[in-house]
Structures are given as structure tokens and as C-alpha cells.
Design a protein around this ligand. Structure first.
Ligand code: CU
Length: 263
């Protein structure tokens, strides 16, 4: 009975997962860093992941395979005495050194990747990001344009630097296909970079920040150079029409944020 039950549960689980994967495939937005890494960093993250997997998998298979083999082969049988020896120095040295070497390789690869994530090789444009419960505000200093609760628009194949901070609590800017995730903290500026290929990307705040945290989504539109110029021109025209009043998300927020501002 319980076997039937678990089979049914497993089937339901697989169905839900396939429907979810299908729905994501249909939406057209890229969120997946394994299938579709959108930046050189995301490709490096994927390579590091597969390298780690390849190095660790033999240990898993060996240990679990041996375990299953021993459980079956040496199971309790009438008239059989269990072996009563212990310690094998050579074996113990071997199984200490082999994983240690593997861990060093993983550490070196991961550390150099973290360095690449932390330090942009160059910067072609900067966008200042302010996180606030529960939206993102983007300021383009070169063009004096500020947008909020809108997709971030950037040109393709451009080294973009985001300088992020927060008005209230810690938020995290995370776009999986870019291979970047960084905390934006009040009173601090965090740097993050990417160089993405054309497409529409989805992300999400990745630091639990309050009741609407799940709705704090990120949209990024990576467009061609010309499309970006057009977008800038259009935004500038919109701002001029609105009487050059920059978009402000600072009003009607809690006293906490006004205290932050006072500092
Ligand atoms: Cu959040």
C-alpha cells in the first residue's frame, strides 16, 4: 500500500516538475544558467559546477556502490561469523589524500571564479541601483535617467557595472542566467558586473526582505546598441514631458527609511 502511495506521489512530483519546466520554456524569458548561460561569468559558473560534479561523482558512486555491494554480499546468514579486523593504514592514507587533492582542485577553481565575479575586467557603463521594499530603482548617471519598477535596459555585449545599495533592509540582486547574485545593503555600495547577450532575462530579490519579498522581481532587457540609444532618447523625451521630475520612490515609506536618508 505504502509502495503504491509513494509511486503515486513520485508520479505527481514528476508531472509538476515537467509542467513547470514546460511553462518556463514557453515564457521566452531566460532564467537558466545551465542550459543558457547569458554571460561569460555564467559560463564559468557552469563549467565550475560541472568540474565539481565530475570530481565528486566518482567518490559518491564508489562509496554507495561499495555500501550496496557489502550490504548484499555480507548480509547475515546462519553459521557465518563476521570478520573482526580493523585498521588498514595504507588504505586510510589513500582515502585521505585522494579527496584532499580533489578538494584543493575545487577550491582553486572556485576561488579564481569568485575573483572574476568580484572584479570586472572593464566597465563600459554604470547603472546605480537602489533597492527598496519591494522594488528596484535604476539610475543611469551618464544619461541622467531614473526608472523604477521597470525592466533594466542595457546594450548587448557591454560591460555593465551595477552599483547597488539599499534604502531599508538587505536585498540581493540575482539574475541566474548572468551568474551573479550580490547583496545590496543600506549604507554600503556593492559592485556587480555582467556582459550579456541579447535577450529578456528574469531574476528576483534573493534576500528575504519582508512580506512582499516574493514579488520583488527583476527584469532585464538586453538590447542592441541602436535599440538602447532609441530607448534612452524615448526616456529623455518622457522625462521632459513630465516636467523633468525624476521618478522618486522615496515617499510614503516607513520611518525606517527616512531615518536612513537622514544619515
Ligand atoms: Cu527580497
Amino acid at each position: 500500500m505504502s509502495r503504491v502511495k509513494s509511486l503515486v506521489l513520485l508520479t505527481i512530483f514528476v508531472l509538476i516538475m515537467s509542467v513547470g519546466a514546460f511553462a518556463q520554456e514557453q515564457s521566452g524569458d531566460i532564467t537558466n544558467w545551465i542550459d543558457e548561460p547569458a554571460t561569460p561569468l555564467a559560463e564559468d559558473v557552469r563549467s565550475n559546477f560541472f568540474l565539481t560534479l565530475a570530481l565528486i561523482l566518482p567518490f559518491l558512486l564508489l562509496a554507495e556502490g561499495l555500501l550496496i555491494y557489502v550490504i548484499i554480499k555480507f548480509r547475515k546468514r546462519p553459521g557465518r561469523e563476521p570478520a573482526k579486523f580493523h585498521e588498514n593504514v595504507r588504505l586510510e592514507i589513500a582515502w585521505t589524500i585522494a579527496p584532499a587533492i580533489v578538494l584543493v582542485i575545487i577550491a582553486l577553481s572556485t576561488y579564481s571564479l569568485i575573483e572574476r565575479i568580484n572584479y570586472a575586467p572593464q566597465s563600459d557603463m554604470t547603472v546605480e541601483v537602489t533597492a527598496q521594499r519591494f522594488f528596484w530603482k535604476y539610475h543611469y548617471p551618464e544619461h541622467d535617467i531614473t526608472i523604477a519598477e521597470e525592466p533594466l535596459v542595457v546594450p548587448e555585449d557591454t560591460y555593465v557595472t551595477l552599483l547597488g545599495t539599499s534604502m531599508d533592509v538587505i536585498h540581493a540582486w540575482w539574475v541566474p542566467a548572468f551568474g551573479v547574485k550580490k547583496d545590496f545593503m543600506p549604507g554600503r555600495i556593492t559592485e556587480l558586473w555582467f556582459k550579456a547577450r541579447k535577450g529578456t532575462y528574469k531574476g528576483q530579490c534573493a534576500e528575504l526582505c519582508g512580506p512582499l519579498h516574493a514579488d520583488m522581481l527583476i527584469d532585464v532587457e538586453v538590447v542592441s546598441e541602436e535599440e538602447f540609444e532609441d530607448w534612452i532618447a524615448q526616456k529623455k523625451a518622457e522625462l521632459q514631458q513630465a516636467g523633468s521630475v525624476p521618478v522618486s520612490g522615496d515617499d510614503e515609506k516607513g520611518d525606517e527609511s527616512s531615518k536612513q536618508q537622514a544619515n
